[in-house]
Write a protein that binds this ligand. Structure first.
Ligand SMILES: [Zn+2]
Length: 510
């Protein structure tokens, strides 16, 4: 019997799995046991052909591969390489003891080549925690694996290289050096998720919307932009990721794990270093938006983790899709339950939604008239009512562009300038929270929250007036206070002043 370590993905993390192979006399054939998924069951054909192409034909005997623990489902083609190595060792091409402390992942092609797989960063983390001495993986996945300290990643291009790497330490070292050279050539290409969006200063005017973007970035508040077609709502939304502070290394690893698992084998050239911006179309299904499927995959809200999720034409999304976003936006994660297991996908994202003020788009327009019927308007607004919109703290109008505003009369703030203010507010918040952590009262009671957030008496008076006037409900009260706190953080004010509450009310009511 021969065995080595492989990795099963559960959500965005990976768990070690043992691959054990036995070869014994009997009817020729291969059986895989221990909850293999469809792709793993198909491995036998790929491996048989791949091994034959690599001049290591498998014996015409009974081959049994066991994948403990038996209660953990094994999905994806990443099991090909470890299963192939275990069988080759059980067939005499390798000494079984040479596989001790070895981990492997990769898809084996019919010609014996080793192809990239998804979820490599998480597998490398699992390998490192499990203490393997080296991890064999497809060369194109090397950049991701190298971000994890611990198990030494060895990138291979084919099954023959993997077998030789197990046998021969000197060869393994040469493959390691080859990998470093290969990475060096790739590092000249920048790692990103797309072209860098243009600068905030390219947009003339729209100061209310720009202010709302700054507040959204500073306090991670969700934002709804409402305005006629062509007012520049999408242009504004595209600028939000640039206003957020750079990803920390910890955050970059979180984002990369998700992108890697979702990648379907597309190899990432290292860590994702830019904040994601995802803009799913309004026809997106619930599963594509929040994740799902028989083998749960992250959805758009998780691909937007630590970045921005942009929903253009919000009222056009299905009610089911919008409803499904409520829990992720509240909790910062998506929980998907399958049979006896549950997996969690991170989803800490800032939502930016955009909509026309009415179906025709021209309600309240200074020069054009709205042609919508009262019934159509009521139906349109009805689609927006509900718990999702309740969770959008900032709602601002984006008026149609006026010709005067296009004159470069005032110098517009650049993305870098606003980002510096956002970073300042976030630093101030951290310091404030650290200093009040021991003395502030805990709990969700309004009085406790008001004291914790340092609401000034005049600010409190104004906020309570808004509740008494019916402008704010219970949830609106708490969320407006949160926005006011962010506004105070932006000016470095210890107290939430009346002026902060006033602006927060204006930003919420739209
Ligand atoms: Zn209209």
């Amino acid at each position: 019997m021969a065995s080595l370590q492989a990795y099963a993905l559960v959500g965005v993390s990976a768990r070690p799995v043992l691959v054990e192979a036995h070869v014994r006399p009997g009817l020729p054939g291969m059986s895989l046991v221990g909850l293999p998924g469809a792709a793993v069951r198909e491995a036998s054909e790929r491996i048989r052909s791949g091994a034959a192409s690599s001049a290591m034909p498998l014996p015409t005997q009974r081959i049994t591969v066991n994948l403990p623990p038996a209660d953990l489902p094994k999905e994806g083609p990443g099991f090909d390489l470890p299963v192939a190595l275990a069988i080759l060792a059980a067939s005499g091409y390798l000494a079984p003891e040479q596989l001790r402390g070895v981990g492997a992942l990769g898809e084996v092609a019919l010609d014996g080549g080793v192809r990239p797989v998804s979820g490599v960063l998480s597998c490398a983390e699992a390998a490192s925690q499990a203490g393997v001495s080296f991890l064999l993986l497809p060369l194109p996945n090397l950049a991701e694996a190298r971000e994890v300290a611990g198990a030494v990643p060895v990138g291979v291009r084919c099954l023959a290289e993997a077998v030789r790497a197990v046998r021969d330490e000197g060869y393994r070292l040469r493959l390691h050096q080859r990998g470093e050279r290969w990475l060096g050539r790739r590092e000249s290409q920048p790692v990103g998720l797309g072209p860098r969006p243009p600068d905030l200063s390219d947009i003339a005017g729209q100061h209310a919307a720009k202010r709302a973007l700054e507040v959204a970035a500073a306090g991670a508040h969700h934002l709804l932009l409402s305005g006629p077609p062509g007012a520049g709502k999408t242009m504004l939304a595209r600028r939000l990721p640039g206003l957020l502070p750079s990803l920390t290394r910890f955050e970059a690893i979180e984002v990369t794990r998700i992108w890697s698992v979702a990648g379907g084998g597309r190899s990432l050239s290292g860590l994702v270093r830019e904040r994601p911006f995802r803009a799913p179309h309004h026809t997106v299904s619930r599963a594509a938006l929040v994740g799902g499927g028989p083998t749960p995959r992250p959805g758009e809200v998780s691909l937007a983790h630590r970045g921005v999720l942009f929903l253009d034409e919000l009222p056009e999304f299905s009610r089911d899709a919008l409803e499904s976003l409520r829990q992720p936006l509240e909790d910062g994660c998506v929980v998907i339950t399958r049979r006896q297991s549950a997996c969690v996908f991170p989803a800490a994202t800032t939502l930016i939604a955009a909509m026309n003020p009415c179906p025709c788009g021209f309600l309240g327009h200074p020069r054009r008239s709205c042609t919508c019927t009262a019934g159509a308007l009521a139906h349109y607004n009805d689609r927006l009512s509900g718990p999702l919109v309740d969770r959008i703290d900032l709602q601002v109008g984006v008026p149609p562009l006026e010709i005067d505003a296009l004159e470069p009369a005032v110098r517009e703030a650049t993305t870098a300038e606003v980002r510096a203010r956002v970073e300042g507010a976030r630093d101030f918040r951290r310091e404030r929270e650290a200093r009040t952590a021991s003395s502030a009262p805990a709990g969700d009671h309004p009085t406790a929250v008001e004291r914790r957030l340092c609401l000034s008496p005049p600010g409190r008076r104004l906020l309570h007036e808004a509740v008494a006037a019916g402008i704010l409900g219970g949830r609106g009260y708490a969320r407006t206070l949160g926005v006011a706190r962010t506004l105070a953080d932006l000016t470095g004010s210890w107290q939430v002043r009346e002026v902060d509450v006033g602006e927060a009310l204006a930003l919420r009511v739209g």
